[in-house]
Design a protein around this ligand. Structure first.
Ligand SMILES: [Zn+2]
Length: 327
C-alpha cells in the first residue's frame, strides 16, 4: 500500500492520475476508452443534456444500494479493500481523507475522495471540509451524492472531484444572472438563488467566505428539511476567490424504468453527473432509446418540479426574514 501524504492541490491530483495510469492497466484501459466514448447532445429549451454511452459504468449503475445488499458486500472505499494497484494519497482537514483515481471514469479526470474511516455518507458535519477541498482543488468541480441520491457507497462517506465543464451545469450556472436563476438573497458576502425551469431544480449559492456558504446551506436545510440535509446532489467550484455551489434537490433515486422489464427498461441510476447534465447510459440499447421526452420524464421523476420549488422558496424566505428581524 502506497500511502504518501499530500497537501492537496490541483497539480498534485493531476500528477497522481498520470502516475496511476502508468501503473494500473485497468485504469489506463478505462481512461483510454473514455476518449472515444460516444456522446449525444439534447436541447431541452435553453439548456443541454449530454448523454454518454459508457459500458464500464455498469458497475456503478447496476450497483445494489439497499441496506441488505450493502451489508453483504466488502466496502470498496475502505482502505484495506482498495485494489493493490491503487495509489492512496492521504490528507487531513477536520477528518482524514484519501485522494484516489476513479478507475471507472466518466470524466477526463475523475477522483474519489473517501474519508479514511468507514462511516455513513453525510455532508452536514463535513461541509467545511467539502468547501476546503474545493478551494484546494480549484481546477476541478467537486461533487457529493446524497446517500439516497446516487451514491454507490451510501455506507462510506466520500466526495468526487472531476474535470470542470464536462457537465453542462458548470457552464450553465456560471453566469449569476442566467434567466433560470432567481436571486432570493444578496449579502455583502454572497448570494442565494433559486434554480428553476431546469428539469432538475435546486439552488445556487455564491459565497466569498466559508461562513456565508455554510449559513446559506443551514438556512436551506432548516427551511425545507427540519435542519437535516435534504436528498440532493451538491456541486462546488472555487473560482476568483468565491465558492459557487449548486444544490439539486431529489425526490427519488431511480425512475420506474430502472426496474422495468424488456423494452421499457432503462438502466440508469441518476447521480451527480446525470444531475450535472451528463446522462450516463452503460447499455447501448438505453443510449439509443434516449430522447428529449424520455429525459424530461426521467428527470421529472427524480427531481423537484417548479411548483415544489416555489413552496421551498416561500419557506426559505420566511425563515430568512425571521433571522434578519431578530433583535
Ligand atoms: Zn468503507
Amino acid at each position: 500500500m502506497t500511502n504518501a501524504f499530500t497537501t492537496l492541490s490541483s497539480e498534485e491530483a493531476g500528477r497522481l492520475l498520470q502516475e496511476q495510469l502508468k501503473r494500473w492497466p485497468l485504469a489506463e484501459a478505462n481512461y483510454r476508452a473514455l476518449r472515444s466514448v460516444e456522446t449525444r447532445s439534447y436541447d431541452l429549451g435553453g439548456f443541454t443534456i449530454r448523454t454518454q454511452y459508457n459500458p464500464a459504468r455498469i458497475v456503478s449503475s447496476g450497483a445494489k444500494t439497499d441496506a441488505k445488499s450493502i451489508g453483504k458486500r466488502p466496502c470498496f472505499l475502505c482502505p484495506h479493500h482498495l485494489p493493490k494497484e491503487q495509489i492512496k494519497l492521504s490528507f487531513k482537514l477536520q477528518e482524514e481523507y484519501l485522494l484516489l483515481c476513479n478507475p471507472y471514469p466518466i470524466f477526463t479526470e475523475h477522483f474519489t475522495i473517501p474519508t479514511v474511516a468507514h462511516q455513513p455518507q453525510e455532508i452536514s458535519s463535513r461541509l467545511d471540509d467539502f468547501l476546503q477541498i474545493s478551494r484546494r482543488l480549484d481546477q476541478y468541480t467537486l461533487f457529493y451524492n446524497g446517500p439516497k441520491s446516487g451514491a454507490s457507497a451510501p455506507d462510506h462517506a466520500h466526495f468526487q472531484a472531476v474535470s470542470s465543464y464536462e457537465m453542462p451545469l458548470d457552464e450553465e450556472t456560471e453566469v449569476a444572472h442566467a434567466s433560470r436563476e432567481n436571486k432570493l438573497i444578496e449579502t455583502e458576502e454572497g448570494s442565494f438563488s433559486l434554480l428553476t425551469h431546469y428539469a432538475r431544480n435546486g439552488f445556487v449559492i455564491r459565497a466569498k467566505s466559508l461562513e456565508q456558504a455554510k449559513a446559506f446551506f443551514r438556512l436551506l436545510c432548516d427551511a425545507i428539511n427540519k435542519g437535516k440535509e435534504p436528498d440532493m446532489n451538491l456541486f462546488c467550484r472555487y473560482r476568483n476567490e468565491m465558492w459557487q455551489i449548486a444544490l439539486i434537490l431529489r425526490k427519488a433515486h431511480r425512475p420506474w424504468q430502472y426496474a422495468a422489464q424488456g423494452e421499457e427498461q432503462i438502466l440508469t441510476s441518476p447521480g451527480a453527473a446525470d444531475m450535472g447534465g451528463l446522462f450516463i447510459t452503460p447499455r447501448r440499447e438505453d443510449f439509443d432509446k434516449i430522447s428529449v421526452p424520455v429525459l424530461r420524464d426521467i428527470y421529472g421523476q427524480v427531481c423537484c418540479d417548479d411548483e415544489q420549488m416555489e413552496e421551498f422558496r416561500d419557506k426559505i424566505m420566511a425563515n430568512w426574514h425571521n433571522i434578519k428581524n431578530k433583535p
